[in-house]
Design a protein around this ligand. Structure first.
Ligand SMILES: [Zn+2]
Ligand SMILES: [Zn+2]
Length: 390
């Protein structure tokens, strides 16, 4: 079995599959075409396949010829609500929907690792469980699969997944032991005051003023209440009040925001404090504050000994491996990594020479699929093989 050579031979097939997915992007929980192609692909390879897990998720099992551990290989498959501007020949054929994060690449990479593993089945140790997850961008795809299939992680010994990373060029590979991406919770605050004439504020309870105080007060949760050596973000990203009239005090104001943290203790304390401030500060002004809290995924935490194993594989495959920066972005691969040890790594994918170096979620996003896909697939395949022998 020569993983590198076999994947190199599959490079044209990888580029073709990725570009086909790219031109047929589907939003979270609507990845019916993508999911069917992946399910059919795995079935043709002789995998045992479960379809429609978490609406459009796919699970494929391949049992190797020798005993070993069960390794879960996770790839996400959804696109984003963006109008593509790349002008590529394989650009989105669905206006307003675009693979602008590289999940078309992730699905392709895992599918071709499956191809190589199936071909070499008898030589493999253990079981490989390929999980194609829907709806990463809207956060909820991993949870939907776990809710429908509550024993999804029971037989898994180790998890591996990756993200193509357009901030870095092809040839850069990064990983970080411990927390690498943040827990990403979101909330909607409603402040109910009392509407009235803008010229008679004494007869009203102005929710706009309360919202202004609350937004300012919430800033102190990070600046004054969080240990400066810890990391957290509280952002109010949306504020809505009134209908545009300058002479009406509105009845209510609505704030939407997000809390990002790495540590669970800090996460729960700041969650409590945001809720508490909403209620008490509103009531101090005679208004009523309520909050609708949505728990997002936990932080993405890489197992330290599996990260060391990955680093060995990466040095062997790529010659070098970097320590990835922590980011306050969220990723719901965290749901799987919170249940079983594993590694989520990053593979540089930009190519400035061909202009394929725009940021993730940019309407002009594209990446060097010719070079990044075979490299990422080799890393994923060899890491999964190492993990099957732990
Ligand atoms: Zn994304
Ligand atoms: Zn992504």
């Amino acid at each position: 079995m020569n993983i590198k050579l076999e994947l190199e031979a599959l490079q044209p097939s990888m580029v073709a599959m990725r570009r086909d997915f790219h031109s047929h992007p589907e939003l979270g929980f609507q990845e019916f075409r993508t999911s069917k192609i992946l399910g059919d692909h795995l079935e043709q390879l002789g995998f045992e396949v479960e379809r429609n897990v978490g609406i459009t998720g796919i699970i494929g099992y391949l049992r190797g010829g020798k005993p070993g551990k069960t390794v879960m290989i996770r790839a996400d498959i959804d696109a984003l609500p963006i109008f593509e501007t790349t002008g590529a020949s394989y650009a989105s054929s669905t206006p307003g929907v675009m693979h602008a994060c590289g999940h078309d690449g992730h699905a392709t990479i895992a599918a071709h690792v499956a191809t190589v593993f199936a071909k070499n089945r008898n030589e493999l140790s253990g079981t490989f469980k390929f999980v194609f997850q829907p709806a990463e961008e809207v956060v909820g795809g991993a949870s939907a699969m776990l809710e429908q299939k509550t024993d999804l992680m029971d037989d898994v010994d180790a998890v591996v997944g990756l993200h193509l990373w357009n901030d870095k060029p092809v040839g850069w590979v990064g990983v970080r032991a411990g927390a690498v991406m943040a827990a990403a919770d979101s909330f909607t605050i409603t402040i109910k005051g009392k509407g009235g004439h803008a010229a008679s504020p004494h007869q009203a309870i102005d929710p706009v003023v309360v919202a202004a105080h609350l937004i300012t007060a919430l800033q102190t949760l990070v600046s004054r209440e969080t240990n400066p050596t810890n990391t957290a973000v509280v952002t109010i990203a949306s504020l809505k009040a009134g209908e545009g009239a300058s002479n009406i005090i509105p009845e209510s104001a609505e704030l939407r925001g997000t809390l990002r943290t790495f540590e669970s203790e800090l996460r729960s304390r700041l969650t409590d404090r945001i809720k508490e401030m909403t209620v008490t500060l509103s009531s101090a002004f005679g208004a009523t504050g309520s909050i609708d809290w949505v728990d997002g995924p936990p932080p993405v935490v890489n197992d330290s000994s599996l990260t060391s194993l990955f680093e060995q594989v990466a040095r062997d495959v790529n010659g070098s491996v970097s320590t990835a920066d922590q980011t306050m972005g969220g990723e719901d691969v965290a749901e799987f990594l919170a249940r079983k040890p594993g590694v989520f790594f990053f593979v540089g994918s930009n190519d400035a020479a061909t202009g394929r170096d725009k940021a993730h979620h940019h309407p002009g996003f594209d990446f060097d699929d010719e070079r990044a896909l075979p490299l990422a697939a080799e890393l994923l395949a060899k890491t999964a093989l190492e993990f099957s022998k732990i």
